[in-house]
Write a protein that binds this ligand. Structure first.
Ligand code: M6R
Length: 600
């Protein structure tokens, strides 16, 4: 159980807990606030007895502070029933009132405890944990994955799923449930996808699934395409460092198998009628955080190649602003986890309005691809560090493939033009490797700057989303003020922030790219330098024009303008990772965050 929780801890680390059952024994449990290591210490000091079935949880707090009492599992039925929960029970206040009136005593401030006591009530009425869970699931509003064990059924774990992730791992003489396959990857790669609104019951040698109406259902089986080793640090100091080094392979793997024998692009996991794709008159990219910045980068390329207007919208803003979406709109949902609740809700809204949805997803067996009309998988492998790195690069790559495919289908580009861009893309993994190999100087500067209190990032064109991503990495990892600006916007206000010594990263576009873009950014560097900024410039090999205005230059190999983000973001990832490490912070699990944000 602890091993599984360790692999899932990246999803939330405010507290951790376990509950165990064994034949003829009372239920036993332990829980501790803080990271999993606190629970491990507690269990070393006070070991629990052997068990036949167990549930365990790492928490990202929503209702109630991250303390011992609010940690999961929550117990009911005199301590003989235990429940863990992901999501939010939105009607918990009404249900709590009802339970209080029945004389139930609550020990925590969580919404989850309501589910535990309701389950105990239904279990007492039915004598069966599966049926009790089904009845409870019908009463809960909001989002939930619930797992429960009861001392009376020591061979059984029961789960319920409604808009929150849950997958089944199929072992030999053992079965597993997890928020994602990482939980059981060390034991089996064979898995079952559950759908929404289903109840699953597992024992050591049986898995049965019913829907909320009680009807049996046959879940889809799949094999996970990575193994436990891919989810280990492999000798790196942190998962983030490892994942930065995984990036050449992540991009290369995302490009694999995408052409037919005539060299034409094929996206065989794209299941939307070609006529529909030809009639698309607008693309809306929906995503959050880093994935949204990948969408911003993609906008420049897709508009340029396909001549289709592309909007990029934060998923949580999308459905609340009554967006203009119809059958001619193609919505592209970008998500590493495939579980981000904001993105899932935006996908549903888009489809209700008649739009077709293509999702760009890294995690097989996740919810968003199943609810999309088509999927383009990135092949980045498991991303464990909370801060996204290789997912970002592979999302840009996949979005570019989609753009080129649309350009091919709609005749916006000749086949030889598409082949040329595709060849440029195939050259990127080696160039990304070169940027990583040159990372020593960035690390050195990051360590020198470990006590800095603010860093600004400037970029133009595709460099603009890269600047925002560089700032996000620094904020989330090092907890210091960081902001990304469009370099041209500076003079409209933010330049007031520049004072002597203010460090500013500037992403300089290729001098071989669009006329004047390069010289405009050089002017922007001069403007901030004249006001005392310390300029840290990311520029292409051979671009000597930056030298007079740069306090430091981080060189990247030459590449076409639109592909440059795959290179220019890498020094910024390394910078944030190293600076946060120098400040003594945990770069894999930054404070207050969780890897998959499965609540709205
Ligand atoms: O799993 P998703 O790609 O949907 O996650 C979206 C964001 O939460 C995520 O990109 C987040 O901003 C990054 N982990 C930050 O590094």
């Amino acid at each position: 159980m602890i091993d599984g929780l360790r692999r899932l801890e990246y999803r939330g680390y405010d507290s951790a807990g376990v509950a165990l059952v064994a034949p003829g024994a009372p239920l036993s449990s332990a829980k501790k606030a803080g990271k999993l290591v606190n629970l491990v210490t507690e269990l070393e000091e006070n070991p629990l007895p052997p068990a036949t079935a167990a549930i365990g949880h790492t928490r990202w707090a929503t209702h109630g502070a991250p303390n011992d009492l609010n940690a999961h599992p929550h117990l009911a039925d005199g301590g003989q029933l235990a429940v863990i929960h992901n999501g939010i029970v939105e009607n918990f206040a009404v249900l709590k009132k009802e339970l209080l009136a029945d004389g139930v005593t609550f020990l925590s401030e969580t919404d989850t405890e309501v589910a535990a006591h309701l389950l105990a009530k239904e279990h007492a009425a039915t004598g069966d944990l599966t049926e009790a869970m089904r009845r409870v699931a019908l009463r809960l509003e909001g989002t939930f994955t619930l797992l429960a064990v009861h001392a009376d059924q020591p061979d059984t774990v029961v789960g319920a799923r409604h808009d929150s992730p849950l997958v089944v791992g199929l072992g030999e003489g053992e079965n597993f449930l997890g928020s994602d396959v990482a939980a059981f990857i060390a034991y089996t790669r064979e898995a079952l996808e559950l759908d929404q609104d289903q109840i699953v019951t597992i024992t050591a040698d049986k898995v049965s699934v019913i829907d909320f109406a009680g009807e049996p259902v046959e879940p889809r089986r799949f094999t996970v395409d990575w193994d436990a080793e891919a989810a280990e640090k492999g000798g790196f100091a942190s998962f983030m460092d490892k994942e930065i080094h995984d990036q050449p392979q992540a991009v290369g793997d995302t490009l694999l198998g995408r052409t037919d024998i005539d060299g034409r692009l094929i996206l065989d996991d794209l299941r939307i009628d070609e006529a529909v794709l030809r009639s698309v008159d607008k693309i809306i990219v929906i995503a959050c955080g880093t994935a949204a910045y990948a969408g911003h980068v993609a906008k420049y390329a897709i508009e340029h190649w396909c001549r289709i207007p592309v909007e990029v919208e934060l998923a949580h803003e999308f459905r609340y602003r009554d967006p203009v979406v119809n059958e001619k709109t193609l919505v592209v949902a970008v998500t590493q986890s495939g579980e981000t609740m904001d993105t899932l809700m935006a996908v549903r809204h888009a489809r209700e309005q008649g739009a077709k949805v293509v999702s760009i997803v890294n995690t097989h067996g996740s919810t968003i691809p199943r609810e999309s009309d088509a999927v383009l998988y990135t092949h980045a492998g498991p991303e464990i560090a909370v801060a996204s790195t290789k997912a970002f690069l592979s999302q840009i790559t996949a979005a570019y493939l989609l753009g080129l495919y649309l350009a091919q289908l709609r005749g916006n580009k000749f086949p030889d033009e598409i082949a040329e861009i595709f060849d440029d893309l195939k050259a990127m993994p080696a160039k990304i490797q070169e940027v990583i190999d040159r990372g020593g100087r960035v690390r050195e500067i990051a360590r020198w700057m470990s006590d800095t209190s603010s860093v600004l990032f400037l970029g133009r064109h595709v460099g603009f989303p890269v600047a925002m991503e560089g700032a996000l990495k620094l904020k989330e990892l090092a907890y210091i003020h960081a902001e990304g600006f469009a370099a041209g916007e500076l003079k409209h206000g933010p330049i007031a922030l520049i004072e002597p010594g203010q460090p500013v990263f500037v992403i300089v576009p290729s001098p071989r790219g669009r006329d004047s873009l390069h010289s405009k950014v050089i002017s922007n560097i001069q403007e901030i330098r004249a006001r005392g900024a310390r300029t840290l410039v990311i520029a292409e090999d051979g671009d000597d024009a930056v030298l007079p205005f740069a306090d430091e230059v981080f060189w990247v190999p030459q590449s076409p303008t639109l592909l440059a983000p795959l290179l220019t973001v890498v020094p910024l990832q390394i910078f944030a990772c190293e600076l946060a490490t120098a400040r003594g912070l945990d770069v894999d699990q930054p404070r207050n965050l969780a890897k998959s944000v499965t609540v709205e």
